[in-house]
Design a protein around this ligand. Sequence first.
Ligand SMILES: N[C@@H](CCC(=O)N[C@@H](CS)C(=O)NCC(=O)O)C(=O)O
Length: 233
Amino acid sequence: MKNSITDITLYHYPASRSARVKWLLHELQLAGAISEFETIKLDLMKGAGMTPGFLAKNPNHAVPVLDIAYDDGRTQTMIESGAMLSFLSEQYPAAGFGPDISDPIARADFAQMLYFGASWIDMMLWQIRLHRDLLPDKIKSAPTVEMYIGKLNNEVSPQLIKRLEKHDYICGDTFTAADILTGHNIQWAGSYGACRDDVLKAYMKRLKSRPAYALAFADAAEFETKRPKRARQ
Ligand SMILES: N[C@@H](CCC(=O)N[C@@H](CS)C(=O)NCC(=O)O)C(=O)O
């Protein structure tokens, strides 16, 4: 097949946003769509994101980074987890982790849930992380943390629950890459005490029973909650 992917390398930090991509890569591998991929652990806490070599790949000094090589010799570097999930699920349609491309409503819904997870929900989680853990004490804002936890519980959770009361997965009856983003976000929100309703807990139990989830989070104990070491701000 023209434009086939020959090599995939994921730069990853345990239980971070790069685990979203690691999860999909394991799903694709278990489904037989890809044979192998390489994972390079980037020690963010020791400043590995700030080396000139890594900054040349991702000036945002963040994981995931996905290096892709194609059979025609071209290479590509991706730096956004949501885009990686979208691209990889589209690149291997037979594995079934994307939408039914013959149905525009399914495609639009899939895109919407990916963007909802990667932008809107992620933004709230990141504000909580900043104001709870990462910012200097003098600019940390407890009301900001409280506001976003409230928004997660009062605005986001009901939307997810409404979908999951109708179907087992976020875009319908089958698991897709949109569940990876949603599941990762619910898990992250849970660490702040948010999004813990019974319907969401049952959904997470379904997701966590997947072998690819277990593989993606097998290194989760290596996650360090402290601030990444940076050579510059
Ligand atoms: N929008 C990016 C955000 C990536 C991101 O912020 N990654 C964090 C880990 S969850 C990181 O590598 N932070 C290190 C830093 O900012 O120096 C994505 O989802 O791919």
